[in-house]
Design a protein around this ligand. Sequence first.
Ligand code: ZN
Length: 125
Amino acid sequence: MWNKLKVSQDYKTLKDMKPTKCKVFCLDCSRSKMLFDTEKKAQTFIKFNGDEIKSQTGYCPTRTYYCVSCCGFHVTSKTDSSVIVSKTDIVLEKYREYKVVHDEKNRVNKEKQRLRKLEKKKLMM
Ligand SMILES: [Zn+2]
């Protein structure tokens, strides 16, 4: 009987938990952000807490976006989508560019080596 009571109390605290409890430190934007596992949850959060947040902080989260670093959804008050280009995406893009250049260099070097060998063979003949 006591056990049951405790469980229901825990459940109550769980339900009363402030949404700030699901804050995580986002490596992508280098600050703590709210994290939601689905877009719907993030949108529901905006719907029910947007006004309260606005009265506290002066800005209101208006949209949700997927964060590749946290593997979940954040809310943001920024409407300009270019502002929230993920840093992780930028790094990945840089890496891809680097790899293309690197691969091309490798290819050219191999081709040069191959040509040099051919030259040597010709000289020997
Ligand atoms: Zn994140």
